[in-house]
Write a protein that binds this ligand. Sequence first.
Ligand code: ADP
Ligand code: MG
Length: 387
Amino acid sequence: MELKLVNVSKVYKGKKKSEDVRAVDNFNLSINKKEFVVFVGPSGCGKSTTLRMIAGLEDISEGELYINGELMNKVEPKYRNVAMVFQNYALYPHMTAYQNMAFGLKNMHIPKDEIDSRIMKAVKILDIEHLLKRKPRAMSGGERQRVALGRAIVRTPQLFLLDEPLSNLDAKLRAQMRVEITKLYEQLDTPFIYVTHDQVEAMTMGTIIVVMKKGVVQQIDTPENLYDFPRNRFVAGFIGTPQMNFYETEMKKNEKNIEITLPNENILSIPLTQLRNIKKEYLDGELHHVILGIRPEHIHIVDQQTKGAFCVETSLCENLGSETLVYADFNLGSDLNIRESKSSLVIKKYDRTLYNPKDKIYVFFDANKIHLFTSDEKEESIYEEKN
Ligand code: ADP
Ligand code: MG
């Protein structure tokens, strides 16, 4: 199975040209083996539109879509051999689970024995044999979604397309179905494309994640690389909870160190050898405005004596059971208890020591885990691309 999108764009025409909506802009993607591809991004960023163009439910305005090397732009949905599962299962209410799954196959004139054997195979995988004679209204949300998945499986498509299939389910069921869809993917020999706005679903299910913003692809990468090497501030902030801490800073290269000014005149000095490769233009010894990013789990609470530790003032602790979030600020003695000021920080730690408001604590930034972005509107990483 090969899927290729080349500069695919979608423009929804308005009454006037100025009212046109460019919902997807120059989307490029190429997969040539079984992958669990996730499209993730905030609501309205063009995920569903892209998926629907692949399914053939939406015309492609510009660019080309290839499946197994064949141009698909004008091919009708039913000849694309893809199966789509939506958020609102869309089962026929007057049919049993069996009839719902059989319906599409009957229309394709597939012999009854074959239909039967495909359905029995699918219900075993999904563990829904007991639901075969039930109608949707007598099923829970999770059961209906499983039947909807079964209906997609029995078509033996060459590609599965899933558009936020779990967003109608409660948190517990969602977590369970997440695991089951991953298992399903592992048992089948078919690539999946899965749309979600939930970065946890993306990170836990995807083998390749496409992060989108306002119709534009920001980064296509493995979950590990998105977390470790985000290409810009948007991706860095979108992946991971709580969000990465960001600071507007100035950086300068000295002899062997990079010096970065943090809020409240704190200076972070990092030996160049400890950093990933920074683009040369930032190492010319001049002052550069950059945005520093560090994840809450990469700030450590340390002793006052620790070399390179900064003093910060706590405002609030949240004990989440397995971890504790500490909210603090670089500005000491400020009366304001602002959690989102330009000098605030969130620290994630794995012990339960709590602090009182206005306690002074010392923190250390893990130098290997520091991210640096340009201060212009692109907010791109200033590290050399990782190969
Ligand atoms: P997502 O699935 O990421 O939430 P969509 O792909 O549904 O986003 O929508 C992307 C953009 O296209 C949004 O700004 C949306 O308002 C716009 N859009 C979607 N469908 C239409 C349509 N039929 N006509 C005009 N604009 C649309
Ligand atoms: Mg959508």
